[in-house]
Design a protein around this ligand. Sequence first.
Ligand SMILES: Cc1ncc(COP(=O)(O)O)c(C=O)c1O
Length: 381
Amino acid sequence: MSNLTETAAGFRISVHAPKRLLYGPGPSQVHPRIYQAMAQPVVGHLDPYFFQISQQVQKGLRTVFGTVNELTLPISATGSGGMETAVSNFIEPGTKLALFVSGFFAERIGEMARRHGAEIVRLEKPWGESFTPEEQVDFIRRERPQVVAFVQAETSTGVFQRSRALCEAAHEVGAIVIADCVTSLGAMPVNIDENGIDVAYSCTQKGLSAPPGLSPVTVSPLALERLKQRKSPNRSWYFDLSLIADYLSESHRYHHTASATLFYALHEALALIDEESLDLRQQRHKIAHDRFVTGIERLGLKMLVAPGQRIWNLNTVLVPEGVNEAKVRAYLLEKHGIEIAGGFGPLAGKIFRIGIMGPLASDDGVDRFLAKFDEAMKETA
Ligand SMILES: Cc1ncc(COP(=O)(O)O)c(C=O)c1O
């Protein structure tokens, strides 16, 4: 527990959060400049200054998404809210959805789509594997869906899913493509326009290294056409994209009370990326990932995912025989304030999930982690 001071009546009056090193799958380490931005005065959600910030945020998001999509903005919600935005706007009762499933978050898309009345067809693979271009194309040509959804960076397994062939096949049969970029945005090339992705959503607490609370979303002109052709109104009022776009980009009429503080945080995160350049930032994550994998193999450990299919900023390491992963995680947190995560579902107890992102994606950030990780495994053996 952190040190919380209390009133005489036992009421906690002050928060002294412990300083952690966030090496988990997210939230990732927040850059100090982002904390400074968050200490700025709150302005109203209809203040002209808020809309200036919002406009710059939209511009910065187009760069990190790799898109010219006009409709690119942050939803006031975590990554799951972005997922629900994508699902609720582009699926209505009877919509045929082709879903690629090989991990936890693809299942979540399926669950949301089911609640919105989709007719779902699934292509499944064991957790930790990715779909080949041939498998993607065969499935889509066979099923001829209206919407295709996949997870670009599956945080439950560490797999990065390539999607150029998937998007081409989807467009060939008249479908639009939804991509979950929650873990990849800001750390890996998501390349929305180059890949042909129509709708993508992300979060702020992973590759962008800001606190959780906003979910960047981007929508292609083709998907916007689909939105206009809906037969029924979106069953979700809060995530109705036309209402949100009207508030943030068009009339500036009240829709909800957006958090100026979270917009400042995202603005600063995007400014940091702009200063470093997106290319160099992505390269830095790749270099840190390669150094991490070399170090892990030097310790005699193995990665779950095959080379070439791995997420750079979220590594999944197989728990060796005889090691209790829960004990290792508890040791790291208690002794060194380091957070990492374990696996879940079929991978529970079998993997460590280790994020090397944002300010921690450096030689020093990797070496410091590996030294403590090695120590934790020896001390808990
Ligand atoms: C791939 C993926 N999709 C969706 C989510 C949901 O995001 P959130 O927890 O921010 O709601 C996560 C969270 O880790 C994720 O990793």
